[in-house]
Write a protein that binds this ligand. Structure first.
Ligand SMILES: NC(=O)c1ccc[n+]([C@@H]2O[C@H](COP(=O)([O-])OP(=O)(O)OC[C@H]3O[C@@H](n4cnc5c(N)ncnc54)[C@H](OP(=O)(O)O)[C@@H]3O)[C@@H](O)[C@H]2O)c1
Length: 281
């Protein structure tokens, strides 16, 4: 059995590779720039750009199971190439944005990939995480700099998830394989509690041993800052998402615990174990 893991530079993909290796499963790690990957010993690498169909057949040769990033532009080509290669199971890194109503391009993109994979008849599981804890990295420079974080919608609720929990969940599903209990499911993955964005900043600053002051800013005044680190259409989806959650707790699920057998990590754990080492580098 060989598992192809796409999006090799991403934090989720790295966790999936580590978990599969620990279970003794052969893994092929792929990315758009395979030479830039730093795979663990014993892991082969391959070029996969999901938007470039010609990269798929060589990378899929001999592969049984795939951990798939959701790139809608190339999904039909992926489905065709994976079918030709005899792939049996596809686990999609989707998004809980597919559950939101109203215009939302992030949700549309992930829904397109979910629909295509489901329709192709693979054993499939759609992992639907909400916001990643790692999104909080955007606040590190301000917390470590002048200690002022300018925040739109500070009272917006977020049950963000540690990327390691997404990876651990994906590993359980991939190891269960086709015919396993997760076939045809689409678990919504969250952290163990809803925090406001203000509380996230405060917990991150506390983990770093820093004082922080939060300055609420008007959404339009934060567009340029956000657009520097993400595509415009993501900003267009995020601002209404935060507006809708303003003053409200976010949905919390127990899917991570149900699937992996242990509770999801807290945001404070992420801040201590992941963000703090980044800050001292
Ligand atoms: N951040 C969140 O809060 C959040 C929440 C829910 C769902 N998600 C979804 O989770 C995924 C990762 O999120 P992220 O924030 O880490 O996003 P990101 O920084 O945009 O993406 C990271 C990974 O996506 C891979 N990727 C992008 N385009 C690709 C393509 N054409 N072909 C192959 N791989 C491609 C990259 O692979 P390379 O190694 O080749 O660069 C990279 O490893 C995204 O699909 C995102 O929509 C994110």
């Amino acid at each position: 059995m060989t598992v192809l893991v796409t999006g090799g530079r991403g934090s989720v993909a790295r966790g999936v590779v580590a978990g599969l290796l620990a279970a003794g499963v052969p893994v092929r790690l792929s990315g758009r720039e395979p030479e830039a990957l730093s795979p663990p010993e014993g892991v082969e690498t391959a070029l996969v750009d999901l938007a470039r169909p010609e990269t798929l057949p060589p990378a899929l040769a001999g592969v049984d199971r795939v951990f798939l990033y959701a790139e809608p532009s190339g999904v039909d080509a992926f489905v065709a190439a994976a079918t030709d290669a005899g792939v049996e199971q596809v686990v999609v890194l989707s998004s809980s944005s597919v559950l939101e109503s109203g215009p939302n391009r992030i949700g549309d993109n992930h829904r397109a990939v979910e629909d295509a994979v489901r329709a192709a008849g693979f054993a499939s599981t759609m992992l639907r995480p909400g916001g990643f804890d790692g999104n909080a990295r955007q606040w590190l420079p301000a917390i470590l700099g002048d200690g002022v974080v300018r925040l739109p919608y500070p009272e917006s609720g977020d049950a963000s998830i540690d990327e390691r929990d997404i990876a651990d969940t994906a590993v359980v599903v991939l190891l269960a394989g086709p015919g396993g209990p997760h076939d045809g499911t689409a678990p919504q993955l969250t952290g163990p509690a809803s925090l406001t964005r203000r509380e996230q900043v405060e917990q991150l600053a506390a983990a770093l041993g820093r004082e922080v002051r939060i300055e609420p800013v008007a959404p339009d005044d934060t567009r340029a800052f956000l657009a520097a680190s993400m595509p415009e259409f993501v900003v267009d989806s995020l601002l209404p998402h935060w507006a809708a959650a303003d003053g409200l707790p976010a949905t919390v699920t127990d899917s991570v615990e149900t699937i992996t057998g242990r509770p999801a990590r807290t945001f404070a754990t992420w801040a201590r174990e992941v963000a703090t080492p980044l800050a001292v580098r």
